[in-house]
Each structure stands twice: as C-alpha cells, then as structure tokens.
Ligand binder design. Sequence first.
Ligand code: NDP
Ligand code: KPL
Length: 306
Amino acid sequence: MKIVMMGAGAIGAYFGTRWHDAGHTVINLVREGRAEQLRTHGMKINSPVENTEWNDPNVATDPSEIEEPDLVVLAVKGYHIEGALPWLKDLVKKGAKVLPLLNGVEHYATLEKELGEEAVLGGLAFIIATLDDKGHVEHTSEFHDIVFGPLHPSQEAICEELSVASNQAVMNIRMSSDILEEIWKKYMFITAFSGITTAMNTAIGEIRDSPPTFRIAERMLEDMQRLSVAHGVKIGQKEVDHAFKQLKKLEDHMTSSMHQDRRKGLPLEVEHLHGGAMRLASEKKLTLPYIETIYGIIKPHDGMDA
Ligand SMILES: NC(=O)C1=CN([C@@H]2O[C@H](COP(=O)(O)OP(=O)(O)OC[C@H]3O[C@@H](n4cnc5c(N)ncnc54)[C@H](OP(=O)(O)O)[C@@H]3O)[C@@H](O)[C@H]2O)C=CC1
Ligand SMILES: CC(C)(CO)C(=O)C(=O)O
C-alpha cells in the first residue's frame, strides 16, 4: 500500500515509521523545515514498545512528487487544516482517500466539503507522543492505537485494504463499524482531559489529588455528552462514566498532547477542540458552561507560554 503521511510530527512520524517497517511504501509529505530535519537526523522512535530507526526516510515537499497514492494519513494539528487543503486536493485528484487522525470533530465538515464525502474516512489515534529537538519521536505510553472506519459506503474496500496492510505493523489498529460514534467519544474525553491538564498546567495525578478540580473534568464530559446528543450521536451517561473511569485510571504522570504543547510554548488546539465545541453548541442553541470556562482560561496561553 502506498501511504502518504501528511504531517510527520509526533503521531505522523510514529505511525508512518511503523508502516514503513512493515514493508509499505510510506512517503512523508512535509514542509521545508521538517524536510530538512528529516534529511539531517532521519526518523527515530524511542518507545517502551520497541525502538526503531529509519535513517533515510522518503521525503516529499510537494504532491507533484507522488504518484498513485492509495491513502493520505492526515496527522496535522487542527489549526493546520486550512493550510493543508491545497495539497490534499491534489492527492485526492490522484485517487487517494484521506484518513485524518486528528483529535476533534470540526475538521470533518471542512474536509468533506472541500474534498468530497467519498474521500474522507474516519480515524483516531490513541498514543502519548511528542518530538524532541532533533525531531525524533518520544513515545511515552504503552498504547499506540489507531481506530478507523468508513464514513461513506464506498470506503469499505480501502478500509479492508488498510486492515490487511497493517497486520504486520507494530501498532494496535482496529476497524470500527461506527467510527462516527468513536470520534465523538474521543472528542468528549480529550476535551475534558486536555482542558483540565492544560488549564491547570499539570498532569492528571495532581488534578485527581484535588477532588473539586477533578470534578470540573467530569462536568466537561457532561457538557460534551449533551453536545453529541444534540448532533445526533448516541452518547449517554454510561459513556460519561466510562470516560471518567478512564481519567481515574491514567498513571499520575500522564498528560495530554495539548498540555505538552503548552509546556513547550507551542500553539494550542484549544480553538479547534474547545472553540469548536462552542461553535457546534451554538448551532444547536446549547451552552457548555464548563467548556466555555476552561476555554477562557486556556486561551491566553495559546502559543505564548513556556
Ligand atoms: N501527540 C499525541 O500524543 C497525540 C496527538 N493527537 C492528535 O493528532 C494530531 C497531530 O498531533 P501531533 O502529531 O502531536 O502534532 P505535531 O505538532 O507533532 O505534528 C503536526 C505536524 O503537521 C505538520 N504540518 C502542518 N501543516 C502541514 C502541511 N500543510 N503539510 C505538511 N505538514 C504539515 C507540522 O509540520 P511543520 O513542522 O512544518 O509545522 C508538524 O510536523 C492533533 O490533532 C493531536 O491532537 C492524538 C493522539 C495523541
Ligand atoms: C488522550 C490522548 C493522550 C490519547 O491518545 C490524546 O489524544 C492527546 O493527548 O492528544
């Protein structure tokens, strides 16, 4: 299978290298700065599961360099989506389907409108990973999962193909028959987890030590549950309880990718995740008081805080 990794950041570099190691043609379609870093330092993954290196990774800096792509795995941040559209359009014209692995929901409407509904699969990544100063991946959790599935009946074949192609890859990958519901469940979880860890600027352990603070995370899950129902996705109290249990089970040091970005002084996905939830709520005349509050607390740190 010919896979284009669009965005070879933390998750793109991680999963792209794992597919490469499994024998697939993986092309990292990146911007100039990242291309230079990959040429100089190559790909390296430091992982509790298995370390690996790809010394001379395939790098492209324009879609015209790529022939007959099967799948574009989209692993950019929410605030990169608009900028990614021209290259995505070129690749879709060449026959590729697009599998986004971003957190959040709002990007699906944009991608479907710009690329066509048949081109956009549903996808999610579950991993804790970040890049070091050489652009190598630091994978710090035992889990490294992808869940994906069709959002349009015409996508069954490419989904089956990806499933088979991933059999030998060092990752847990699963095809879902209801990827939309899974995307919303993760959206509910990540909005609470990234919201509380980024707003408090600390990992989950310290948040749990303060029950009134931890309760805010539960309230955010409830806000997101109401939002999903308003958008026709069946998420109930059972799923809220399950997500809250997951927050209770995480190891003390664990934190969200958004909080890791705050620690590094990078731009945050707060507009995409929490801002997106507020826009989706206003479409349905809902208010999300806890999401709105946490959004207000995080917003000043977007790209400004070390
Ligand atoms: N990191 C994690 O642990 C997890 C992250 N996620 C989600 O996955 C998504 C990606 O996160 P993550 O990998 O951490 O992000 P990173 O910031 O590490 O990587 C994003 C990459 O996208 C690249 N990029 C941006 N625009 C383009 C473009 N137009 N063309 C090509 N490359 C582009 C950036 O390149 P450049 O260097 O040029 O800016 C950067 O390398 C987010 O939605 C995040 O929430 C989900 C689960 C876990
Ligand atoms: C919750 C987690 C770590 C799971 O993959 C995540 O998606 C993130 O922090 O962005």
